[in-house]
Design a protein around this ligand. Structure first.
Ligand code: DO4
Ligand code: MG
Length: 285
């Protein structure tokens, strides 16, 4: 089951159940006006089955604007969870190589705050590259959606936009390399009702187009993530509470070659089989 937030032609935001990736069932007449009420319930899938037994309006996705599938959750990210990420970052910076090497092997994962929900970019909206950086990349990542009790209730696609030259200069600059306007995209919706074992079979693919031509494509699998989801969740919720739930990007396993940097007006498409596709143009911020 896929749950989305959308804006209709009159500008009203609603919650919808996506059908066949081409239309949605509008849950507004059933009294569902926020994701949170569903996501915090005992069983969102069972509740959705119950709700959709009634006749509800169906709308083509082409007639709505999809919004980022978050309301008040904090967005966090895990780092160096794939071998590819560790190797790329060790090559990026002699200064920080030991830290990346150690964190990959350590019991405690790297976790960092990424975004407020209100700053998250939806599918179709522009992601940003910093104007004071000259080596910018997307990081296509599976994102775990948690309720306030720390249970994984769904999955979405995340883009952890990053400035590799700022990050590579000094590890202490990580928040500036990672947290700036339009640096976090999530969407297009939340996939509910999949187990970790199922999600580990999904593929993650990225394509970047410039002036109508492919300039980079890459692929990995969720199964390559070194840490179990429960392990990441355990550390995220340790000595911490998220009264509105949380989203955790699980790290990147696709790193473009060192000669590649994003440019304004590039088009990024990230697909995770089992979820869908997140598309964003690039703008300078
Ligand atoms: O420490 C750097 C960030 C790592 C990261 O964002 C990733 O591996 O995805
Ligand atoms: Mg990342």
């Amino acid at each position: 089951m896929k749950l989305c937030r959308f804006k209709n032609k009159s500008g009203q935001v609603g919650i919808g159940l996506v059908v066949e990736d081409s239309a949605l069932v509008d849950l507004t007449p059933a009294g569902v006006t926020q994701l949170q009420s569903l996501l915090e319930g005992e069983s969102p899938v069972a509740e959705l089955i119950r709700i959709t037994k009634q006749k509800l309006p169906r709308i083509d996705l082409g007639e709505v604007q999809l919004c980022a599938p978050v309301e008040r959750q904090e967005i966090w990210a895990a780092g160096v969870t794939y071998l590819r990420s560790k190797t790329a970052r060790m090559e990026e910076s002699d200064f920080s190589a030991t830290a990346y090497d150690r964190v990959y092997a350590a019991e405690r994962p790297e976790l960092f705050f990424k975004s407020l929900a209100e700053k998250v970019v939806a599918t179709g909206e522009p992601v940003g590259i910093r104007r004071d950086a000259n080596w910018n990349v997307p990081e296509p990542e599976l994102a775990l959606v948690f309720n306030a009790r720390g249970n994984i209730i769904g999955y979405t696609i995340g883009n952890d936009m990053s400035s590799r030259d700022i990050e590579g200069e000094n590890l202490l600059y990580l928040p500036q390399a990672k947290i700036y306007r339009h640096s976090c995209a999530l969407g297009p919706w939340i996939r509910l009702g999949a187990t970790e074992a199922e999600a580990r079979g999904w593929k993650i693919k990225i394509e970047i187009r410039r002036d109508g031509k492919d300039v980079f494509a890459g692929e990995t699998s969720v199964g390559q993530i070194k840490r179990r989801f429960e392990e990441l969740a355990g550390f995220l919720f340790r000595s911490q509470s998220f009264p509105h739930g949380a989203v955790l990007l699980t790290g990147t396993g696709i790193v473009p070659p060192e000669t590649f940097t994003l440019q304004e007006r590039d088009e990024i498409g990230i697909e995770i089989t089992g979820i869908g596709r997140l598309r964003n143009p690039v703008m300078l911020v």
